[in-house]
Design a protein around this ligand. Sequence first.
Ligand SMILES: Nc1ncnc2c1ncn2[C@@H]1O[C@H](COP(=O)(O)OP(=O)(O)O)[C@@H](O)[C@H]1O
Ligand SMILES: [Mg+2]
Length: 259
Amino acid sequence: MKKKLLKINNLSVKVAGKQLLKQINLQIKPGEVHALMGPNGSGKSSLALSLAGHPDYQVVMSQSTTPVVTLDGQDLLNLSPDKRAGLGLFLAFQQPAEVPGVRINQFLRQAHQTLFADKSRKKYASAYQFYKYLDQVAEEIGVNRSLLGRNLNEGFSGGEKKQLEMLQLVVLEPKYAILDETDSGLDVDALKIVAKAVKLVQSKSKTGVLIITHYLRILEHIKPEFVHVLVDGQIKDSGGYELAKKLEKTGYKSKLSGG
Ligand SMILES: Nc1ncnc2c1ncn2[C@@H]1O[C@H](COP(=O)(O)OP(=O)(O)O)[C@@H](O)[C@H]1O
Ligand SMILES: [Mg+2]
């Protein structure tokens, strides 16, 4: 049996010749919630983009034959971004794209059908059934249902885009989800939606979640079991939720000089 986990093993990444990430090690098991914290420019988004397969982010290959990133035992790095998504990796970014002319509910149904070719046919045979399910999820996590018939992210506020991303997260039931700065610029109500969505996928879909943030605010709602601190491209510390609380008091400075 292959071990179920998202495993990052000595990941080093370069962009345009500059090393942004240095030997990152991280393991996320199904149903676990991890937070990755760190100051601006420490490499948090670079980690998310590298895992997504962004072509600018060059993974430095070591001599070792051990794969650098595996998802439930599958080597991730030799797969295209869409194949990674097909395996169950979900990424939510700081700036979600606008797709004019594509309605959210149609888009989600399409995405859901593609991902669950067999299951979705059984579960939600008709568009009506799927939209009913979508309404139910929106209600459950507190997303404004009037958004659902609109075009994807077109003319949406930052907070509304995030609401829809959280809806996608719950509906697509990924194995692992990486949420990059999902909380920046969000009001308290939107933060609560993010927290509800994370807790829902954790319990319902056993999704392993990596929340990337430099604020404690969102973590107060989610209380992750695992916290990692990224400074200057390196993980300098790992611990439980108490580490996040400590950082709130001391800031990242104590981590800057090797500590
Ligand atoms: N595509 C890129 N080209 C050049 N430099 C980049 C690129 N992406 C990130 N960087 C640089 O890498 C460092 C880390 O950036 P980033 O991963 O966005 O940090 P964070 O998300 O922690 O704020 C920064 O110095 C940033 O300017
Ligand atoms: Mg960032």
